[in-house]
Design a protein around this ligand. Structure first.
Ligand SMILES: Nc1ncnc2c1ncn2[C@@H]1O[C@H](COP(=O)(O)OP(=O)(O)OP(=O)(O)O)[C@@H](O)[C@H]1O
Ligand SMILES: [Mg+2]
Length: 259
């Protein structure tokens, strides 16, 4: 049965989508069965997976609002070797429509329950806000990966985010865990980044992934080629970092299983 992981941070542009797409591809490269759910109306994860968000027949909208069977919605032809539930502007309409629905917080959870057995991991790329879409992601997930940039105020923002996650969880999903905190766009020559990084480790201990995602232009270029970075430039530092992250996650979960 799949472990469902939301990739969330209400702050915009911290590397949620880049992490979702490249982690999905890296995990798929280890022969795991992966589903990526693009829950962001921006549809960046969809485009980054080589799927035209304007040209999809079904999207997360149909899953959340119309109760269409997931098998109908899931796109199996992506550039990353994983399956995809696409996101696009329609997902904004889903957010509005869900507001008047019974059990609106649990729409995604109930839909994913139907396909959970077919995958090893399901990753959910969240929008940069705390709306009903993100609430659905939190309700459906076993855990959350929080990508963050090591910059001034990052810790303050993170503490606020952790509080929000635990408040949300207490209402919709008391079992929700923090899977890990991921340092993104990291520049080791930047002193502030190093300071923040140290504080982060001090506060959150081994919740902070040892793997650090460096600032790497290849990661920013890959989406315009509609591909995860490992299929655009496999020797880039970005490609190696996301493969290392997948390895670290798998080792951690083996350790937990063995314990
Ligand atoms: N490690 C990196 N090195 C260089 N550029 C990066 C890196 N990670 C992300 N970027 C770039 O930074 C921008 C923001 O990244 P991304 O879209 O992944 O963030 P996000 O948190 O999903 O944003 P949003 O909140 O808008 O959904 C993008 O242009 C992306 O290509
Ligand atoms: Mg995004």
């Amino acid at each position: 049965m799949a472990k469902i992981i939301a990739i969330a941070n209400q702050k915009g542009g911290v590397g949620k989508t880049t992490s979702a797409v490249n982690l999905a591809a890296s995990m798929a490269a280890t022969k795991r069965k992966i589903l990526l759910v693009d829950l962001d109306p921006q549809g960046n994860a969809t485009m980054g997976s080589g799927v035209d968000k304007y040209d999809v027949e079904y999207s997360a909208y149909d899953l959340l609002v119309d109760d269409l069977p997931p098998e109908k919605i899931i796109i199996t032809e992506t550039s990353g070797g994983f399956d995809l539930i696409a996101g696009n502007g329609d997902v904004t309409a889903a957010e509005v429509k869900m507001m008047e629905m019974y059990g609106r917080e649990l729409r995604l959870k109930n839909a994913l329950a139907k396909v959970k057995d077919n995958y090893d991991y399901i990753f959910i790329d969240c929008p940069p806000s705390l709306n009903m879409l993100t609430v659905n992601a939190m309700a459906a997930s076993d855990s959350v990966i929080v990508p963050m940039q090591c910059e001034y105020y990052a810790l303050e923002g993170l503490t606020a985010l952790m509080d929000t996650i635990s408040q949300l969880a207490s209402v919709v999903n008391p079992d929700l865990k923090i899977e890990g905190i991921l340092r993104t766009m990291y520049d080791p020559r930047n002193r502030l980044a190093n300071d923040v990084s140290e504080q982060l480790k001090h506060h959150f201990g081994d919740k902070v992934y040892r793997t650090v995602i460096p600032r790497n232009v290849r990661l920013a270029e890959a989406p315009s080629f509609g591909a995860p970075v490992m299929y655009y430039d496999k020797s880039s530092s970005g490609a190696k970092a996301y493969l290392a992250l997948a390895g670290e996650m798998l080792r951690r979960s083996n350790k937990i299983k063995a314990a």
